[in-house]
Every structure is written in structure tokens, then in C-alpha cells.
Design a protein around this ligand. Structure first.
Ligand SMILES: *[C@@H]1O[C@H](CO)[C@@H](O)[C@H](O)[C@H]1NC(C)=O
Ligand SMILES: *[C@@H]1O[C@H](CO)[C@@H](O)[C@H](O)[C@H]1NC(C)=O
Ligand SMILES: *[C@@H]1O[C@H](CO)[C@@H](O)[C@H](O)[C@H]1NC(C)=O
Ligand SMILES: *[C@@H]1O[C@H](CO)[C@@H](O)[C@H](O)[C@H]1NC(C)=O
Ligand SMILES: *[C@@H]1O[C@H](CO)[C@@H](O)[C@H](O)[C@H]1NC(C)=O
Length: 327
């Protein structure tokens, strides 16, 4: 075959596979020689914009539309896809083969849909690194949603209706760096929940119903730098619960039901701790917290809840005598 004919043939094939510079009328397309980004945000759009999508689309966003279904067949027309963002649509289910034929897909965002249940193996077919299922209607999670060799680094399950921590799902996610479980109804972290997550750096557990934590809850996740536990129902904390966390920079335990902290609780080198809106009881038992706060610049919003005579007093302004500490 002569070189010129070969070139003409391959050009024709590339052209027909990946389409010309078409763009669906409800969408805008940004085409370069590195990425093809398509963004669709027409509120009345209710069908996948199949026919006219550029065949070499690398990033597709369909947001705040009336889209209620998407199929694996739809997506197989754009096999170079790396990112799929579908926030604020009307999706209530996903087919099991959705991602089959997307060997480059690393990011899937399904924020703000109406997903209640997902089929087994639903995220098996793509090399996902980032998965966002925030603000849906999920009540349970399943271990087989993701493959055993998953490389996921970011998982967001916040804003669902989970009553139980996703213990089994997490067993396969050894590479997870960021985990969002905020705004669910999780009541406990069973022993070992986080132990496979040795790469974890950011853990968001705020706005749940946690009443207690086991002393070893975080003992395998020693790379945690940011820990969000605010707005739960924690009544007390084991004195050594944060002790393995040598890289901890930020801790939020505000809006819980803590009455005091056992001596040593915050002795981890952590610099920034949110402590306000607890039930701090200002008697001799508050000494450790009182002493810790006196060494901090931003302690003014940490106030006593009881006894009645000291209600709303800033803890740092109490004297040794008031606390009943002789010496
Ligand atoms: C996608 O295809 C268009 C039209 O053929 C081309 O101009 C563009 O460079 C291609 N981009 C990528 C990332 O393949
Ligand atoms: C892609 O675009 C860059 C500049 O944006 C250019 O330097 C490069 O040569 C282009 N590559 C191809 C294959 O066209
Ligand atoms: C979305 O679809 C529903 C049901 O099909 C319809 O009643 C509603 O008017 C649609 N909304 C828009 C903005 O098109
Ligand atoms: C995770 O990464 C490894 C090494 O790059 C690769 O062999 C494996 O197939 C990846 N897993 C998935 C589910 O893509
Ligand atoms: C913990 O963090 C350090 C520094 O970023 C990194 O070198 C190490 O690989 C991390 N450990 C794990 C288990 O990810």
C-alpha cells in the first residue's frame, strides 16, 4: 500500500470514529488537541445528547437537567471519556454495565440525584480514582460496588441516609486518601472500619449520630491530617483516641455532648482544634482542657455549659479557685 493511500484511509477512519466538530445544541463544547470538554445545562433536557457528541469527548458534564436515565450504550459512543459529571439530574438508578467500555474514566460525579440502590459491580468496569455519590437517597452500601483491586483515592457518600458505616465497602479501598461520610445517620464505627485505610488523610464524619469512639478507631490510619467529627452526639472520648495521629493538623469536635476531656487527649501535636458548643462542665475535671486552652490564642468561643452559675463563661477566664483547684 502506498503511503499516501494509507494516510488517506487512516484519516477517514479517525474522522468517522471520532466525528467532526459537532456539538449538541443544548451543550457547549471546548475542543483542543489535548481535551474535548462538553458541558450541557439546559433544564428541559431529558435525553442523553447521543448523536451529536464529539466522539473524542474526554470530559462530559450534564448538570441540573431533567435527565432521568443513562445507559452503557450511550457512553460507549465516547470511549475516550476520562471524567463524567452528572450533578443535579433526576437519575434514580444506574445500569450494571454503565461504565463498561470506558477504560480511561477516572472521575464519576453523581451528586444530587435520586439514587436509592445501585446494582452489584456497578463501578467495576472503569479505573475510577474519584467517586462522588453525595446528596442521594442511599440507605445501604455494598462491598461489590467496587472491585477488590480498586485504586479509588476519593470517595464521597455524604448527604445520604446511611445508618451504618460502609465497613465492608471500605475493606477494598486501601488507596483512599479522602473519605466523606458527613450528613448521614451513622451511629457507630465498628471495630476495624477504618483499619484498611492506611493512606487516609481527610476523614469527614461530621453531622452523624456517633455517640462514642473506640480507643483504636483511628489507630491504622496514621496519615490523617484533617479529622471532622463535629455535630455528632459524642459524650466522651478515650484519652488516647487521637494518639497515633502524628500528622494531625486539624481536628473538629465542636457541637457534641462532651463534658470534659481526659488528661492527654489533645497531646498529639495537633495545632488547630475546634471545641465550641459542647456541654463543658466547669469544675475540677475541666482542668486539662482549661490548661490546654490557656496556651492557645483562639480559645474565646469555648464556654461552660454548666454548672448554672458558670453557664456561658469563657473557660479560659476561670480561675484555679473557681475550678476548685487548690494550689
Ligand atoms: C477531537 O477531534 C477534533 C475534530 O476532529 C480535533 O480537532 C481535536 O484535536 C480532537 N481532540 C482530541 C483530544 O482528540
Ligand atoms: C497541541 O497544541 C499545542 C499548543 O496548544 C502545540 O504545541 C502542539 O504542537 C499541538 N499538538 C498537536 C499534535 O497538534
Ligand atoms: C421534567 O420532566 C417532568 C416529567 O417528565 C415534567 O413534568 C417537567 O415539566 C420537566 N421539567 C422541565 C424543566 O422540563
Ligand atoms: C489499580 O492499579 C494497578 C496498578 O497500576 C492496576 O494493575 C490495576 O488494574 C488497577 N485497578 C483497577 C480496578 O483499575
Ligand atoms: C503517609 O504519608 C507519607 C508522606 O506523605 C507518605 O510518604 C506515605 O506513603 C503515606 N503512607 C501511606 C500508607 O500512604
Amino acid at each position: 500500500m502506498n503511503a499516501k493511500l494509507f494516510l488517506t484511509l487512516t484519516t477517514a477512519v479517525v474522522f468517522s470514529c471520532y466525528g467532526a466538530l459537532s456539538c449538541p445544541k443544548e451543550c457547549s463544547c471546548h475542543i483542543s488537541n489535548k481535551t474535548v470538554e462538553v458541558v450541557c445545562h439546559q433544564p428541559t433536557m431529558d435525553r442523553f445528547p447521543g448523536e451529536s457528541l464529539p466522539g473524542n469527548t474526554t470530559s462530559l458534564t450534564i448538570q441540573y437537567t431533567n435527565l432521568s436515565a443513562i445507559t452503557g450504550h450511550d457512553l460507549r459512543a465516547i470511549p475516550l471519556l476520562q471524567e463524567l459529571h452528572l450533578p443535579g439530574n433526576k437519575l434514580s438508578s444506574l445500569p450494571e454495565d454503565l461504565l463498561m467500555g470506558l477504560p480511561h474514566l477516572h472521575t464519576l460525579d453523581l451528586t444530587g440525584n435520586q439514587l436509592k440502590e445501585l446494582p452489584p459491580r456497578v463501578f467495576h468496569h472503569a479505573p475510577l480514582l474519584n467517586l462522588v455519590l453525595k446528596d442521594n437517597l442511599l440507605t445501604i452500601t455494598h462491598a461489590d460496588w467496587l472491585p477488590k483491586n480498586s485504586n479509588l483515592t476519593w470517595l464521597d457518600l455524604s448527604g445520604n441516609s446511611l445508618r451504618k458505616a460502609p465497613v465492608v465497602l471500605l475493606q477494598n479501598l486501601r488507596h483512599l486518601v479522602t473519605l466523606h461520610l458527613s450528613q448521614n445517620q451513622i451511629e457507630e464505627l465498628p471495630l476495624g472500619t477504618l483499619s484498611p485505610l492506611s493512606s487516609l488523610e481527610r476523614l469527614h464524619l461530621d453531622e452523624n449520630k456517633l455517640q462514642s469512639l473506640d480507643a483504636s478507631a483511628f489507630s491504622h490510619s496514621t496519615n490523617i491530617t484533617h479529622l471532622f467529627l463535629q455535630n455528632n452526639k459524642l459524650k466522651s472520648l478515650p484519652a488516647n483516641v487521637f494518639h497515633g495521629l502524628k500528622r494531625l493538623e486539624y481536628l473538629d469536635i465542636s457541637e457534641n455532648a462532651l463534658r470534659f476531656l481526659a488528661p492527654g487527649t489533645l497531646d498529639t501535636g495537633v495545632s488547630s482544634v475546634e471545641l465550641s458548643l459542647n456541654l463543658w462542665h466547669c469544675d475540677a475535671e475541666i482542668e486539662y482542657l482549661w490548661d490546654w486552652l490557656k496556651r492557645k490564642a483562639d480559645a474565646a468561643d469555648v464556654k461552660c455549659a454548666s454548672p448554672e452559675s458558670r453557664r456561658d463563661r469563657k473557660i479560659v477566664t476561670l480561675t484555679r479557685t473557681e475550678l476548685g483547684l487548690t494550689e
